[in-house]
Design a protein around this ligand. Structure first.
Ligand SMILES: [Zn+2]
Length: 459
């Protein structure tokens, strides 16, 4: 076996986000191949062998890489539309356009979404993709390929919709799959792409879209499929008051009870939004260890409301952060969601006690690892864990006078990323991607956005 190659990072502040929130004012991290070998206060130990690189990280805070737990990459090419709508009106306005996507559009949109997040410190991304128009090509393969080429750790939540307008759902009839077709394609995607190993770069989850776009049978059988294949489950839940009303009218119960009745609460499940949750809903999530992807900007953009994150955390619910699709969060950045999560929750019932800077950082790192089922591998800086980490530059005009580095990262302006590592491999340097050409991606996404708009207009 070849000896491990080491990268030594020194002279930085470190927020480990371990169980004790251990921090070092000035410390070092030693990376060996794709793992964190050691870390601590002061300089790295003398006499380390096979050091291929030594980084003087003076002026930087090092944190675990950020983990995004909810997104829809394809929306990158439908940003800035229906900007003053609530969720249901926004969906009805956009479904006809979304239903025209094809493989080149989805590949380009995935590259745009991934690039934006990666240069802002995301090391693990996810895409909840649920629009599979007939004859549109290998969309899942295109998305997974884009993540692999960029070197970002990735979960594809293979989505689906089978409840269209004719069945009382929101999507148009031509935009959905059949129950059997959706289940078969999801199983095929898991078998082809899911990697269950410790340092997997690609995982797949079973992810029917939302109560108002899927049949009860797709939820039930989707849960059975996921558990038979041993993969995680994801969907949207309790996002708006309109969804709550829809569930009561169609199913005679609220969203959380509906999910429970179809097998959709459990430690292998994470759900996006969870804004409209009463005390017993939160207790059910805590009892079953069902995870939540909190998407504060999207919830604000669509006037959905404020999720009760402090109550969820107090009850023991695993909570991560999500960008959500960029048709409802045009920025597409996760590092700014640390700040938004903190600020928006302080507008809720708990006021200044809602969240602090450390809790916000934890949501974006370890919390995300928990909801993706990967807390043993990523989400904190600890010996033996995978080397997914970010060097935030905090010694410039924007941050240099802020008293504390974690406060600077969370409360301050979006911090520049000097370097970002995934699986021990550097993918960002001085805010630019090393693994893709950002300008080429910008051009192609603009082109594909125009093409999609043209096709949608003709339809
Ligand atoms: Zn979403």
């Amino acid at each position: 076996m070849a000896a491990a190659q080491r990268i030594v990072i020194e002279n930085c502040s470190i927020a480990t986000v371990d169980a004790n929130d251990t921090e070092y004012a000035t410390g070092h991290i030693v990376v060996a191949d794709n793992r964190i070998e050691s870390l601590g206060a002061g300089r790295a130990p003398e006499g380390l062998e096979n050091v291929v690189r030594r980084i003087d990280a003076t002026g930087h805070l090092v944190t675990p890489g950020l983990i995004n737990t909810h997104h829809h990459f394809y929306q990158w090419i439908t940003r800035g539309l229906a900007t003053d709508h609530n969720l249901f009106d926004w969906l009805v306005a956009l479904y006809p356009t979304w239903a025209r996507i094809d493989e080149p559009m989805v590949r380009s949109a995935a590259q745009g979404s991934l690039a934006m997040m990666a240069r802002g410190g995301v090391t693990t991304a996810m895409d909840h993709h649920y629009v599979y128009p007939q004859g549109s090509g290998d969309l899942s393969g295109a998305i997974i390929g884009a993540a692999r080429d960029m070197g970002v750790r990735f979960t594809l939540a293979r989505g689906s919709m089978d409840r269209s307008e004719k069945d009382g759902g929101l999507p148009p009839d031509f935009a959905v799959e059949t129950l059997e077709g959706a289940l078969a394609a999801t199983e095929e995607t898991v078998k082809k792409h899911h990697d269950a190993s410790f340092d997997a770069m690609t995982q797949v989850a079973v992810a029917p879209c939302s109560p108002f776009s899927i049949s009860t049978e797709l939820l039930r059988q989707g849960a059975e499929l996921a558990r038979r294949l041993g993969v995680r489950m994801h969907t949207h839940g309790s996002e708006t008051v309109e969804e709550e009303k829809f569930c009561h009218e169609l199913f005679g119960m609220g969203p959380t009870d509906y999910f429970e009745s179809t097998g959709w609460l459990g430690e292998d499940v994470w759900m996006a939004h969870c804004v409209h949750m009463n005390d017993s809903d939160i207790a059910a999530f805590a009892r079953t260890k069902t995870g939540v992807a909190h998407c504060p900007s999207s919830n604000a953009r669509l006037a959905a409301g404020i999720a009760r994150v402090p109550d969820m955390l107090a009850a023991g619910v695993p909570v991560g952060l999500g960008v959500d699709g960029t048709a409802s969060n045009e920025s597409g950045e996760l590092h700014t969601e640390l700040r938004n999560a903190l600020l928006i929750n302080r507008l809720g019932a708990h006021r200044e006690a809602a969240l602090n800077a450390r809790q916000a950082l934890r949501l974006g790192t370890f919390g995300g690892a928990q909801v993706l089922g990967r807390a043993a591998e990523i989400g904190s800086l600890e010996p033996g864990k995978l080397a997914d980490l970010v060097l935030w530059k905090l010694d410039t005009l924007a941050h240099a006078s802020i008293a504390d580095p974690v406060t600077a990262l969370v409360f301050g302006a979006a911090a520049p990323v000097t370097a970002s590592f995934v699986n021990g491999r550097q993918i960002v340097e001085n805010g630019r991607l090393l693994t893709a050409d950002e300008d080429a991606i910008a051009r192609s996404t603009r082109e594909q956005a125009r093409r999609l708009a043209g096709i949608a207009q003709q339809a």
